[in-house]
Design a protein around this ligand. Structure first.
Ligand code: NAD
Length: 427
């Protein structure tokens, strides 16, 4: 009779429990890892520990199930991750005055280093410029652990996250995952880890290739949105409806991919990531990535353009000036059906309307109230609110909004997302 010996449980530490880290931690716990989720934000850790998820894609039920199973525990204390086999770093990588701010990656690296033992694997997932993992993270890990990256020490990798919050079709599991390692052993370890988490891994030859792949994807999107935004501003005076033109072009089965115009770009990715790329290229190669500069210029101008169009529309439709008008802004998140207001152009539209003297009220059903501008009055979307507004601006097209009611009850609608009827004034 043989006795079955179960494989030892892999201990995973996820550093940074936000839009990227929390879904990974929960998924890994569901896949059988013992997960320690670490975050420096005490409030976030407290909420998670109580089964209260602040990320839309992770339901309270899923979170509670992995907490109850004992497979996920959350903490602010790095010591709780002692004995880790794999560590994935998913901390913010913002810009400060146009310059990459890697201080979160650095502090995470310093805190993780003393926990490393030979054979451990560390993967950076935060979006960043090519060279970061080797130039910034590697020395911190080596110095703090007393180990070298390599077959005898720890394995180091980079694997960009492609998560698309609110996307019901593509999620962490079924979206192919780019993986890379500092050497062949590291690549093997990184790939073996993600093979237990996602359906398909895509190995690339170097950390820098993986880092650039992510920036290429986001810059591609940023540039194409800027292109269609620029055309949207030109199409109207040319007597063309940009939405119809994009829809028609999208019927071409090859060589075209539709991107939609809007009030600008937001979130942690598009307004930030392409500038990581251009900063590094400027620093290292003394070259300006012109597409990024141009896309920034056009996309950053869009909130201003929306406000100008609202002012024109009010004057034309109601003979009214924007100053003093009551304007109801629908949606403040940067993206449909999410509550993420980081760098949101909708928030900027609301702010600019106020600056021009409009009496602004806003409807945002998903965002945490404490993340919204304090001086912005948030209300429910009701018939009375719509009737009492001089203008309604569709800034973010959450599915829960009743667009038919808005069209029926509003005096004037400016639709920056093409959700109302074709008779509505729109981008
Ligand atoms: N949000 C997205 O859709 C998305 C998609 C792909 C990639 N990314 C990238 O992933 C990274 C993380 O983004 P996010 O949206 O998850 O950020 P987030 O702000 O939602 O979460 C980051 C978390 O890290 C925590 N943190 C900061 N420093 C820490 C430290 N030293 N130790 C432990 N925790 C720390 C913060 O408190 C926060 O909870 C960024 O580089 C981003 O560009 C984001």
């Amino acid at each position: 009779m043989s006795t079955a010996i179960s494989a030892p449980t892999t201990h995973l530490a996820v550093v940074g429990l936000g839009y990227v880290g929390l879904p990974l931690a929960v998924r890994a716990a569901e896949a059988g890892f013992l997960v320690t989720g670490l975050d420096t934000d005490e409030l976030r850790v407290k909420r998670l520990g109580a089964g209260d998820s602040y990320i839309e894609d992770i339901t309270g039920e899923r979170l509670i199930a992995v907490l109850d199973s004992g497979r996920l525990r959350v903490s602010t204390a790095y010591a709780d991750a002692a004995g880790l086999d794999v560590c994935v770093i998913t901390v913010p990588t913002p810009l400060r005055d146009g310059v990459p701010d890697l201080s979160y990656v650095e502090s995470a690296g310093r805190a993780v280093a003393p926990l490393l033992t030979p054979g451990a694997t560390v993967v950076l997932e935060s979006t960043t410029y090519p060279g970061t993992t080797e130039e910034i993270l590697l020395p911190l890990l080596e110095e703090g652990s007393g180990l070298r990256a390599g077959p005898e020490g720890f394995h180091l990798g980079y694997s960009p996250e492609r998560i698309d919050p609110g996307n019901a079709r593509w999620d962490l599991v079924n979206t192919p995952k780019i993986v890379s390692g500092i050497d062949d052993h590291a690549l093997e370890a990184v790939e073996a880890f993600y093979d237990r988490i996602v359906t398909r891994t895509v190995p690339v030859s170097s950390l820098r290739t993986a880092e650039l792949t992510k920036l290429l994807e986001n810059t591609f999107r940023h540039v194409n949105i800027a292109l269609v935004n620029e055309l949207a501003m030109c199409a109207r005076p040319l007597g063309v409806d940009i939405w119809e033109a994009v829809g028609a072009a999208a019927t071409k089965p090859f060589g075209f991919m539709p991107f939609l115009p809007g009030p600008g770009v937001g979130g942690h990715c598009l307004p930030v990531d392409p500038s990581y790329l251009s900063w590094q290229v400027r620093r290292q190669l003394k070259h300006d990535v012109k597409f990024v500069s141009l896309a920034n210029e056009i996309n950053e101008h869009m909130p201003e353009y929306v406000v100008r169009r609202v002012a024109e529309g009010l004057r034309k439709e109601l003979g009214m000036e924007l100053a003093g008008a009551r304007v109801l802004v629908l949606g403040l998140a940067y993206k449909r059906n999410t509550g993420d207001v980081r760098e949101s152009p909708a928030v900027e539209v609301a702010g600019l309307l106020k600056e021009r003297g409009a009496r602004v009220r806003a409807v945002e059903p998903y965002a945490e109230p404490f993340l919204l501008p304090r001086d912005l009055l948030c209300v429910e979307l009701t018939e009375d609110e719509v009737r009492e507004a001089d203008a309604v601006v569709v800034a973010t097209d959450h599915d829960v909004f009743d667009y038919a009611m808005v069209e029926r009850c509003a005096s004037y609608v400016f639709d920056a997302r093409n959700r109302c009827g074709t008779g509505t004034d729109r981008l």
